[in-house]
Design a protein around this ligand. Structure first.
Ligand code: PAF
Length: 274
């Protein structure tokens, strides 16, 4: 695996790569990232990944400073999974001057759900993804469905700005007890880790109720939030939405249920398509 720490180095190698699939990450890789790399290998002859902890997508008081940096282990995992090129810039490469240009996603996409609790987050994601795409010039880019709203924002940006990249979604990878894999799971204490699968269980319960014909979505959301609160969580939202744009659904539309809640000092998100 070739490691490129500068834009010039990646650009010089790009013509040798042929059709390229790209998996952007912030490192601290888990099996969910590796599944994306495996999926990427089925889409192109070369797979590239990036590792960059993007300050722009962290709000004040969020975990930018304590976000785990595990570069050596990450490189080993990426190389064994078949990544041929890794772009691993530092901040002086990605953001050499204060960012004066910023992608501002559509308000109705970012003022809801995650965006309502993490002001500026999706603008930071879209800005770094646009810049990574400009550097890496992938034919295909893969993003996990665990960050469902992020996937929607990126799809929307790519479509509206006519960026020549196919965005492909990867399924959420879960631990045996249902907890969605996340770099932030490492913050959980043993006791919190045992409690954490409740989030997925509640989403699965909502999915079961909707399949069984329940249409009082507010009741389902409120009950699940109360269950979390009764078990020591601080829920931000549990919301049944239509998949296409995460707005409130109308009858007959494809649904997804999304959740975010804090357990101790860790904020977990998850979702299930229905
Ligand atoms: O999903 C992530 O890890 C990040 O949001 C991404 C897409 C790599 C942008 O920093």
């Amino acid at each position: 695996m070739q490691i490129h720490t500068t834009i010039a180095s990646f650009r010089a190698a790009r013509p040798t790569m042929g059709r390229l699939a790209f998996v952007p990450t912030m490192g601290n890789l888990h099996d969910g990232h590796i599944a994306l790399v495996t999926q990427a290998a089925s889409q192109a002859n070369t797979v590239a990944a990036s590792i960059f902890v993007n300050r722009l997508q962290f709000g004040a008081g969020e975990d930018f400073d304590r976000y785990p940096r595990t570069f050596r282990e990450d490189c080993q995992r990426l190389e064994s999974a078949g990544v041929a090129h890794l772009f691993a810039p530092d901040e002086t490469v990605m953001y050499p001057t204060p960012q004066t240009y910023h992608v501002e996603p559509a308000a109705n996409h970012v003022n809801i759900l995650e965006g309502a609790f993490r002001s500026g987050h999706f603008g930071g994601v879209a800005t770094v993804v646009l810049k990574l795409f400009n550097i890496v010039q992938p034919d295909v880019a893969l993003f996990g469905k665990k960050d469902y709203q992020q996937l929607m924002v990126i799809r929307n940006m790519v479509e509206e700005l006519a960026m020549p990249v196919d965005v492909v979604a990867g399924e959420t990878v879960r631990a045996a007890d249902g907890l969605a894999l996340s770099s932030r799971n490492g913050y959980l204490t043993a006791e919190e880790r045992a409690e954490a699968p409740r989030l997925h269980r509640l989403l699965a319960k909502i999915r079961g109720a909707v399949h069984a014909g329940e249409r009082d979505f507010l009741k389902l959301e409120t009950q699940a939030m109360a269950d979390l609160a009764a078990h020591g969580w601080k829920p931000d939202y549990i919301a049944l939405r239509r998949r296409s744009d995460l707005q409130h659904p109308q009858a007959g539309q494809d649904l997804v249920v999304l959740a975010a809640a804090r357990l101790g000092s860790t904020r977990l998100i998850d979702n299930l398509e229905i």
